[in-house]
Design a protein around this ligand. Sequence first.
Ligand code: FAD
Length: 373
Amino acid sequence: MKVIVVGAGIFGASTAYHLSKKGAEVIVVDQFHEGQATAAGAGIVCPWVTSSEDEDWFRLAKAGACYYPSLVAQLKEDGETNLGYRLVGALAVSEDDEKLDYIQQRGNKCRAEIPEVGEVRRLSAKEARNLFPPLKEGLKAVYVEGAARVDGRLLRDALKRGAEKHGAIFYTGEAFLERGNNKITGVRVNGELLTADTVVVAAGAWAPELLAPFGITLKVEPQRGQIVHLKLPDQDTSNWPVILPQSSHYLVSFDDSRVVVGATREIGAGFDYRVTAAGLKEVLDEALHVAPGLASSTLHEVRIGFRPAGPDILPLFGPVPSIQGLIIANGLGASGLTMGPYIGSLVARLALGERLELDITPYAPLRFALPVE
Ligand code: FAD
């Protein structure tokens, strides 16, 4: 079985890795667009205290978070250990005791069904600051043990190298789909025709323009995220927990004295790959409000990523019924580093014609717009 994967962000890299491990002949094509979401992602893997009530979303987010230890072990067997993945726990922080009561209840309910959630317990403001020293005085917290963080770039590259070790071949360039009648035949890249039995389009926010010539309207648009990397010289931040204030903003720390704070969620900015004054202000204001101790940190880098956002929070993946051999893998939105590696393993199985235990109807890629033939 020969499969071409278009896009080597987290979705495409995971799909290619799992496909090549199963013995498929795999070609991956990536254009290295500026603003790849995977390269900008913060890397929080913690669906346990989410405010989302969507069961179909939670099913995948939970499976995605729980899949990490297995994926880490598989990559280790392939000699890939540098992923930036670590279980560091999370602090959901607030000044409002009632809000924390609610979060604690949700966490405990989750824990009763999912052991991976780990310990869920209330922390005093002092205990919270012991774990994350820059935190604002007086902020209390709910500690969630089973929260992790991962470096999206490192994981993506490890999956790509892992896929290569299992025989996958990588091309750099823009892919254009090729079809004959109602069947996909391959892709054209740099003028060369590459044929395949199946093509997986994991092209993130750029997928709609790739699919449009086929009359397929994929309801995905770029949601711009601006995210700031701060450095705290001489501080060991490697075990600092993820900080989850009660907003869309957060703080997540990595091994190299780095605290990543973000992020904007901007719909309508298109593929405008720029740091804006308002974006930077929003991110820094939110971060310093929660963690004033970061005020003297060094502004190391600002990253910009285009999240592939569908009309709702569910991903969009599965076969395109009207075109044999075409599979769409998209719509990971704001939680792609959590669920992307796991769903990539599902898409690999779909591409090989395997039956999934999971009902994927809720995630049908064209559920918002049927292809116009
Ligand atoms: P992408 O990573 O964008 O990859 C798509 C790839 O397709 C690109 O490399 C592009 O070059 C390629 N491509 C497109 N068209 C073509 C073509 N025609 N030919 C060849 N190649 C093509 N998720 C979490 O779980 N936790 C987080 O904390 C988190 N934080 C985030 C913070 C920010 C600021 C952002 C932007 C995202 C965050 N996410 C997070 C979400 C996550 O990063 C994304 O959902 C995920 O990375 C999307 O992966 P993808 O592979 O679908 O798309």
